[in-house]
Design a protein around this ligand. Sequence first.
Ligand code: FAD
Length: 518
Amino acid sequence: MEAVPVVIVGAGPTGLTAATLLGQYGVECLVLDRWESVFPQPRAVHLDDEVYRVLARMGVAEQFAAISWPCHGLRLLGRDRRVLAEFGRGTATGRHGYPEANMFDQPVLEGILRANLARYTSVALRGNSEVTGVVQDGAGRVRVQVTDRVTGQDESILAEYVLGCDGANSLVRAAVGACLQDLHLEQRWLVVDVDTDADLAQWEGVHQLCDPDRAGTYMRVGATRYRWEFRLRAGESANDFGDPARLRPLISPWTGDLPVDRLRLVRLAEYTFRARLADRWRDRRVFLLGDAAHLTPPFIGQGLGAGVRDAANLAWKLAGVLDSTLPERLLDTYQRERKPHARALIRLARLVGMAMTEGGELGNLLRRLVAPRLYLVPGVARLVLSSETPALHGGELVIRSRLGRSLAGRLCPNVVLDDGRRFDDLAGGRFAVVTTSDASPDQRAEVARRGGVLVSARPGSPLHRWLRRGYATSAIVRPDSTVLRAGRDLSALCAGLPPFTPDHRSVTSRVGQASTAR
Ligand SMILES: Cc1cc2nc3c(=O)[nH]c(=O)nc-3n(C[C@H](O)[C@H](O)[C@H](O)COP(=O)(O)OP(=O)(O)OC[C@H]3O[C@@H](n4cnc5c(N)ncnc54)[C@H](O)[C@@H]3O)c2cc1C
């Protein structure tokens, strides 16, 4: 029977990210997907700069820059299409080194990720492979049952760990007995993708039409690609809008007098947007990631990003455990950190969705009054005013101080260092100690012995300012760029640095090659 340390079920964006990041540590893994090649339907169209940063770590920043389009943010529009509120996003490079909001076409991104995977010799991707069962034996192994969709032959593969990245209808989720909890949003929407070489001359951000009668979304996705989404009324279906005469009134506020023959319909489909969260993300050696663990209505474009974040959170921990440099119990921090984060973004998406669709005439009145002041609502302010997502909490790998505003759980900014490289070029993929102090030879030796890297934050530098704002002089930054702990005692931080020595040299050199997009 074939045996492999890690089997990844599903080669969507989550599975491909997990495979790439594990491959960067030389971890042997096998990715299985039922389809031979990329699933061609357009779905996700937006990702933020935190997720872009993970793409850069995977070595595809330049390719993504070539296929993506910086977006100016989000506008809430009233029924009369007057702007109720605008939440701008910087199109220049932000604190992670990339534009804060980016539009793209999911199958094109998946094509890039698949091609990039070929660089990692420890990773194999097998298409036409339907996973039909995942069973854990008592001896610490997982048996994955697979059917070859071409030959019909059944096979079993033994794995030490299985990552269920198999999407919304996850078989792996069912196999570990996890359930999706309903976060109370379920709406049917019409999704329309159109290509045209005409310039629609609209504001280059996401337009959310807040009209309970017919909520809608418009956005430019690429040089010639446009996306509309409209809530379907009871009794309506996507088929009703296949006729251009019925579709046209919906999109004409944005297309104006443009003749229909200038628009090429790429796809018109019905989707049910849901808000759901799996109750358990781990059962012993099996993990759930991406849509298998959470379903996010796409109103703030965070579903795919959440899966990429899951993979970035788990990959280095798993590489450390497989390498025996990290204790197995640290794998419990995956769910503890990621689940509340995913829940917070699902709730925000639901809030935006309800703001667009609920309340009838009274709702319209409230929207006119409340939307321009949304930034005053505690908690919502940070999320609408910046692309920064909530801090991670809980467990041994995020240790928050009781003093001041802790940096722990937040991402270290990907600033340009004195030598011109970005922070991730130097530190990405391993632990770093960032400090304003002059480290002693002993402290340097301690950090190196534990597989980490010391990063100096000289006075006046962006890292110095960042530490000062967090009332700290030093911080431990994890391989996924999250701050583990910050404080003022460099010796204590060096002594608290987890030993982490999987082969990361290949990571930094690869990151270095491809980190300078834009
Ligand atoms: C209309 C729409 C708009 C969206 N917009 C956005 C957006 O703007 N931004 C955003 O971030 N997200 C958006 N999303 C969500 C995003 O598309 C998903 O969150 C993302 O695709 C999830 O990635 P995944 O890899 O977890 O799962 P999937 O993309 O579903 O991939 C799962 C993979 O597993 C494979 N698989 C499943 N079962 C098996 C099996 N038994 N055996 C073998 N293989 C299997 C499938 O073939 C598939 O390749 C949108 C979604 C929709 C529908």
